[in-house]
Design a protein around this ligand. Structure first.
Ligand code: SF4
Length: 379
């Protein structure tokens, strides 16, 4: 591919058809020599430098319910898993997670759950507006699944800034092989377009190496992202859960996820893209590798410690060290060692912020570092 060709990737990815894209993905997975992949990863990091000054944004993740009405075949908390431990956080407990996160310096919270009707639209609005009242300087991201246009509109009006809803695969047949009949790709896509229309910063994304995935279905993921133009993209490896029908499948080599992260950065240079906990779980150095391949977000967990293991989407999910809020100072150090800049601000997409605001980002102070070290002791 060579350095010149790497620089041509953004325009190629923006115009190529499905066959050309799948050929490129296949080549990168199967044939590309290490030095070409290194060039690709370095170029992806350069694009993050151009658009965000090499910043890595922190989000405090609050997994507030492990109940779900759905039954995605790959997921450990799908409704049919009788072994899953179910919990819900009260509204006050959720606010308390935010209070702890705010004290640590977080200015961006992600509220994630299964699709749990216990949290009605009114309850979700109360939670969002409660956080906004307490912390008007913080961004709130919801990741609570498929709801109606009116519900999404209510959450937005209550103050939600962003919405994450991975599409998981943009290929109809592949989607059907990962989900039961009631769950459709059409509905998932429609939700994502509705969210954009309302004005959210929207996140889509997919698993890498999920059962029955091919280079062709990945090409469709690229084409879908190209059309949707999401502000965020969650791309992490498939990791099997022992209580699911996919227990016998294995995770892909990390290289595949890194290639897809880099390609997505080339396709959507301003995208906010986490180095996922799944990548860190599948590969001890996964977080650093992801950040060195174009990812620019980390999402340490603010979920109460006694509940973290129960939000078990896949086996052996990490919930300590850099994946936990208590490990904040270590995580910051790791990011700096990569030549990147930890950033605890709201971390909006570049089209939703101005650069002056980003330049004013408060430094990660010594006091915050101390609070980070103390955090685990007070839970
Ligand atoms: S992936 Fe999400 S929607 Fe599907 S079963 Fe798991 S928690 Fe529910």
């Amino acid at each position: 591919m060579g350095i010149c060709q790497v620089r041509l990737l953004p325009s190629f990815l923006n115009t190529a058809g499905k066959h050309e894209l799948s050929d490129l993905i296949r080549y990168l997975f199967e044939e590309a020599p290490e030095d070409e992949l290194s060039e690709l990863f370095a170029f992806a990091v350069e694009l993050n430098r151009e658009n965000y000054g090499g910043r890595v944004f922190f989000r405090g993740l609050i997994e507030f319910s492990s109940f779900c009405k759905n039954d995605c075949y790959y997921c450990g908390i799908g409704r049919s898993n009788v072994n899953a431990v179910r919990y819900r956080l009260s509204e006050e407990q959720i606010l308390d997670c935010c209070r702890k996160g705010y004290a640590l310096g977080f200015r961006s919270f992600v509220l994630q759950s299964g699709e749990d009707g216990y949290y009605t639209d009114d309850a979700a609005c109360r939670i969002v507006s409660g956080i906004k009242e307490l912390f008007p300087d913080c961004a709130v991201t919801l990741s609570i699944g498929e709801r109606s246009y009116d519900s999404y509109r209510m959450f937005f009006d209550a103050g939600a800034d962003r919405y994450l809803l991975r599409h998981e695969t943009a290929d109809e047949a592949h989607y059907s092989s990962l989900h039961p009949p009631g769950q459709t790709l059409k509905k998932r896509k429609l939700c994502l377009y509705k969210l954009k229309e309302i004005g959210y910063q929207v996140g889509a994304g997919f698993m890498v190496g999920s059962p029955y995935q091919t280079c062709e279905t990945l090409a469709e993921d690229m084409i879908f992202l190209r059309g949707l133009q999401p502000h965020m993209a969650g791309i992490g490896p498939f990791i099997p859960h022992s209580d699911t029908r996919f227990a016998g499948f294995s995770s892909p080599p990390s290289k595949m996820t890194l290639i897809l992260l880099s390609l997505t950065r080339c396709l959507l240079p301003k995208v906010l893209m986490p180095a996922t906990t799944a990548l860190a779980t599948a590969d001890k150095r996964g977080r650093a590798k992801g950040l060195s391949a174009g990812a620019n977000v980390v999402m340490p967990c603010l979920t109460p410690r006694d509940r973290r293991r129960d939000y078990s989407l896949y086996d052996n999910k990490l919930c300590t060290g850099g994946e936990a809020a208590e490990g904040l100072s270590d995580l910051r150090r790791q990011i700096e060692e990569l030549g990147l800049k930890p950033d605890l601000s709201r971390g909006d997409h570049a089209d939703f912020t101005d650069r002056a605001e980003m330049a004013d980002t408060p430094a990660f102070s010594g006091a915050e570092q101390k609070r980070s070290n103390d955090y685990g002791k007070h839970e």
